[in-house]
Structure formats: structure tokens, C-alpha cells
Design a binder for this molecule. Structure first.
Ligand code: 16G
Ligand code: MG
Length: 542
């Protein structure tokens, strides 16, 4: 049956002799010019997955914080999770099948998975604002159509909105209404109910600056504001409407995090609370420039995790609701944040490999799992029992704290990290505490750190263990790193192959910025020497 079904689409969306591509941490991601056939095939695969799961599946077209010329695609599983790992391999196999063998590979997948073609399917397709996205969305729709799948074209949405739609659909509206309006209404109502009528409290002011990375986040934030009314006063910059605006160009959450500096348009702010989101609005970064000195200060995913966990803990205690809570981080979490969590908050903390799927999965071990990557991706997941307990307590007691908790649960997009929902969560907490952004930052002092890339011939020669904190191969590299780390006060460093770019990443922290830079540099040299470095090593820090 496949040969006939895919015939028309194959002519239009041929792979030809394009080179192989791999389903990585966040799906397929590369130059948009190389993705047409991949999209067509992922449309087909999404239909198969939907038939297998008898549930709606999501397909999101985005390359997140990558440059405008790139694009990508990721599949969203029925409960909003990232595509199951065993299917990543099937996706890779299907994407790389020769054109004239596509029908055979499809047949193999369908057979091995026991897929019943007679069953119905439903696929939500969303896309970001990239110029290539409409064309690539069409290739996906063609794939879905080829195998007679049912499609819901969500148009331009943020990645977290697409996850939300899938979950709403699959819970038959229990999680919320499966529409953009449903998303805005649910979150904004909960936000307003939590906050009450006065948008000002103590040193908290509802004014903030929003950097939309010239992407979908800016568009969606504007739509959101019509629901939020005057509960927030926001100025949006980098909204993608001005000539010369470039997606993620010197702006956005990734730029702010990696460069440790203000994005375009917000360099001159003084004291204002600023927020950056990334190209598909699933990461958020807070920052400000000091009122007097102009010094830049950033509050990243680690800060959000500690703020949220501490606040939830207080509310749970006050509401006398007993639930276990844990925080999930990756090796990129600043050492100071981990110390703060274990020593001050007394909350269990787990470390997992980079990538949302690992964090999300681990967070489900707790009644309340707070997970954040330092890069600003994260959310909070509540078990069904935890939600029921919070709602029952809110309904049956006069505890204002329990009611507040119930509202907060609805501010949070539990389906995946969501920059805008996370931002509203942070705003809720700062408001409740009457805190300025400086107050928030006082909790602990970040250790200076540095991230760096090293180009190597094959990044897969590096393998790691212990949640990426230890190198296994190449042999000897870990001993070298250990020896270097010992030379630096409060030194820590690890290296890992990137899942999204053809590089090895180096991370270091130490007592001063100079030391962190020097440690990263020296570790980078070792990687270059022992792992097949290409070109010149990174120059010595100034
Ligand atoms: C992807 C991941 C993100 C991770 C990043 C690391 C998802 C949806 N996204 O963007 O969680 O932090 O990759 O990139 O899993 P790297 O492997 O290139 O360092
Ligand atoms: Mg993103």
C-alpha cells in the first residue's frame, strides 16, 4: 500500500543524495534547505505514531535559538513528552531511507510496531516564525495527507503552546481547552486570581521589559497581553517587526545566557526587570543592569528553580499539605545553586543528562518535580495525586495558601518548559514576596563560569557517564580534567558532545571570572589534543 500512497509526495519531496541526518536531543535540526524530505517523512511517521498510541501527536517546526537559516522538526508524544527514545531511531531510519526504499522502510516500521492502518489518527502541526517554516509545514501536511491522516494545523505557535494543545486534546479538555484562546484564558485567569487586584506590592512593580528574540515569543506575548490586561505593564523589544530584525540576532535567551550580556535594545536599561525568551519561546532568562553601576546581572534557570521550590515549600507548609518535592538539574547548574538547594532549602536534588526528556522524566519521580536547565528551559510537574490533594484542600478548607497553590498550578504549563508561563510564575512569586529583582538575586551568589565550544573531527569520540560529569572516552581525558580542576579554587569542569551542533562543549566554574575562563581554556586545549581537534584551538583568554 505504501508505494502507491507515497508516490506523489515522493516526487515533490525527494531526498535525492542528501546526506544522512540524525534525530537528536531536540529532533532534526539543520540548514532549512536540507529538510524538505525529512518533513514529508515526519508527517507520515506522526500519523503512524498517532495510530499506534490512539491519541493526538504533535509536530513542531522550529530550530529554536539557532540562526534564521536553520530549521528543525520534533515530534510531541501524547502526554506532551518528547518522542519516545526507541522511536527516535525509527525517525532517523525513515528520514535517511533512499527514495526508492521509502515504502519498504515504512512497511517495516508499521509491521514491527503492529500498527493497524484502519485506525484513525490526529496530528497537530505547529511552526515558528522562520521564513522557511510555511514551506516545511506544507511538506509535513503533504506527508500526513499521503497516508490519509487527520491534521489540525495550529499555524504559528510557540513550542510550549503546541505541547499544551496536544495534552488538552488527549485529556479531552481536562487539562484545558485545546486552542490558543484556551491557553491564554487558563493561564491569565490563574495569574490574576493568584495576584489579586493590586499589581504593586512592596518593592515589586508590575513593569518589565520583554525581549522577544524577533520570534514567535514576541507575537504570542502580544496576544497574551490582551488577556492579562493591566495586571502587567510590559514593553516588548525585538518583536521582529522592524527592518533589520533578525531572529535570535544579538538577542533572545540563549544570547543573554551564553554571552552574559544584555540583548540588543535593552543595553541601556537601568534597574528594570528584563526578560528574554528564545526563538520558540520555551526558554526564559531574567536579567537587569544595576541602577547605579550599570553592571549586568542574570537570573537563569537555576535561579528560577530555587525561587519556585522555596516558595512552593513555604506555601505547602503553611497550607499543611504534605507532598514530597524534588529539584532536577543538569551538570550545567551553577554549583552555588546546588549548594543552596541542599543546604538551605533542604530539598532533594537530582542531576540528569542534558535534554528536556531526561529532566521531565526524572521530575515525575516526585509528587512535585521542579526541573530547570541553567539555560532557562524548565517547568514544574505535579502528580495527579498531588494536584488532587492541593485542589481538595483548597476547596475544603479556608486556607488561603492552599487556594494560592491551586492557582499557581494553573499558571504553570506542566506539559513542557514554557518561557511565558514560567515568566508569569516568577512574576507571581516576586509579587507575593514584594521583591524587586535585586532581592531575588540576594539568595546566593553564582560562581563565575564559562561555556566554550571545541571543534573536533567526530564529536562522538567523547562519551560520558554520571549525568555527563565524567568522561569515559577518550581514555585519559578525565584524568587531565581532574588535574586541571585541582589547580583552581572552587574549580569544576566537564565536557560533553553537543546534541544539536557538531562541537564538543566545555563548561567550567571557579572563584573568579578570570579563573573560570582560564580553566575552560585549558580544558579546551586538552579536548583539542586528545579528542581529534580540528583547526586552531580556541585562543587564550585575554
Ligand atoms: C536542546 C534541548 C535542550 C538542551 C539543548 C542542549 C530539548 C527540547 N531541547 O535544545 O534541553 O539544553 O538541546 O544543546 O530537549 P547541546 O546538546 O547542543 O548543548
Ligand atoms: Mg527553544
Amino acid at each position: 500500500m505504501w508505494a502507491e500512497a507515497v508516490k506523489v509526495g515522493l516526487e515533490q519531496h525527494a531526498k535525492g543524495d542528501l546526506k544522512a541526518i540524525q534525530y537528536g536531543t531536540a529532533g532534526f535540526r539543520t540548514d532549512a534547505k536540507l529538510l524538505d524530505h525529512v518533513m514529508y517523512r515526519m508527517g507520515i511517521l506522526a500519523v503512524l505514531r498517532s495510530k499506534l498510541k490512539q491519541a493526538a501527536i504533535g509536530v513542531m517546526i522550529t530550530a529554536s535559538h539557532n540562526q534564521e537559516k536553520d530549521n528543525g522538526v520534533k515530534l510531541v508524544d501524547p502526554k506532551g513528552e518528547m518522542l519516545e527514545q526507541s522511536w527516535e531511531a525509527l525517525a532517523t531510519k525513515l528520514a535517511n531511507a533512499k527514495d526508492d526504499e521509502l515504502d519498504i522502510v515504512l512497511d517495516e516500521i508499521a509491521q514491527s510496531q503492529g500498527i493497524d492502518h484502519a485506525l484513525p489518527s490526529s496530528v497537530f502541526v505547529g511552526r515558528d516564525t522562520r521564513e522557511s517554516s510555511p514551506r516545511l509545514a506544507q511538506a509535513i501536511l503533504d506527508g500526513i495527507k499521503a497516508v490519509e491522516g487527520a491534521v489540525i494545523d495550529a499555524g504559528i505557535v510557540s513550542t510550549p503552546q503546541l505541547h499544551y494543545l496536544v495534552v488538552c486534546q488527549n485529556t479531552h479538555g481536562q487539562y484545558g481547552e485545546a486552542s490558543a484562546k484556551g491557553y491564554y484564558s487558563k493561564i491569565s485567569q490563574a495569574f490574576k486570581a493568584f495576584r489579586g487586584s493590586n499589581p504593586v506590592n512592596g518593592r515589586y512593580s508590575p513593569k518589565l521589559m520583554f525581549d522577544g528574540a524577533n520570534g514567535v515569543g514576541a507575537q504570542k506575548m502580544k496576544e497574551f497581553l490582551t488577556f492579562l490586561g493591566d495586571s502587567i505593564q510590559m514593553e516588548i523589544v525585538n518583536d521582529g517587526t522592524q527592518p533589520g530584525d533578525v531572529l535570535n540576532g544579538d538577542c533572545g535567551a540563549d544570547f543573554v545566557k551564553v554571552q552574559q550580556t544584555s540583548p540588543k535594545g535593552l543595553e541601556k536599561t537601568r534597574g528594570e526587570r528584563c526578560v528574554s525568551v528564545d526563538g520558540d519561546a520555551d526558554r526564559v532568562m531574567y536579567f537587569y543592569n544595576d541602577k547605579e553601576s550599570g553592571q549586568f546581572a542574570m537570573l537563569d534557570g537555576d535561579r528560577i528553580a530555587t525561587l519556585v521550590a522555596e516558595f512552593l515549600k513555604e506555601l505547602l507548609d503553611q497550607a499543611k499539605v504534605s507532598l514530597n518535592m524534588g529539584i532536577v538539574q543538569t551538570a550545567y547548574a551553577n554549583g552555588s545553586s546546588t549548594n543552596y538547594i541542599t543546604q538551605k532549602l533542604n530539598v532533594p536534588v537530582a542531576c540528569v543528562p542534558t535534554g528536556v526528556k531526561h529532566l521531565h522524566h526524572k521530575a515525575q519521580d516526585f509528587d512535585i518535580g521542579v526541573y530547570f536547565e541553567a539555560n532557562g528551559h524548565g517547568t514544574i510537574v505535579f502528580s495527579d495525586a498531588a494536584q488532587a490533594k492541593i485542589r481538595d484542600t483548597a476547596a475544603s478548607s479556608n486556607s488561603i495558601q492552599a487556594q494560592k497553590l491551586a492557582h499557581l498550578v494553573d499558571v504553570i504549563n506542566q506539559t513542557v518548559g514554557d518561557a511565558i508561563s514560567d515568566m508569569l510564575l516568577v512574576e507571581s512569586i516576586l509579587h507575593a514576596k514584594g521583591w524587586s529583582i535585586e532581592d531575588w538575586r540576594k539568595a546566593y551568589q553564582d560562581l563565575p563560569n564559562r561555556q566554550m565550544k571545541v571543534r573536533v573531527a567526530d564529536r562522538n569520540v567523547i562519551s560520558t557517564t554520571d549525568a555527563e560529569r565524567q568522561v569515559v572516552t577518550p581514555k585519559g581525558l578525565q584524568d587531565e580534567i581532574d588535574a586541571l580542576v585541582k589547580k583552581f579554587p572552587q574549580g569544576r569542569s566537564f565536557v560533553r558532545p553537543s546534541g544539536t551542533e557538531d562541537v564538543v562543549r566545555v563548561y567550567s566554574e571557579s572563584d573568579t571570572q578570570d579563573n573560570a575562563d582560564q580553566l575552560a581554556y585549558e580544558v579546551g586545549l586538552k579536548v583539542h589534543a586528545l579528542a581529534g581537534g580540528v583547526g586552531e584551538p580556541t585562543p587564550k583568554p585575554k
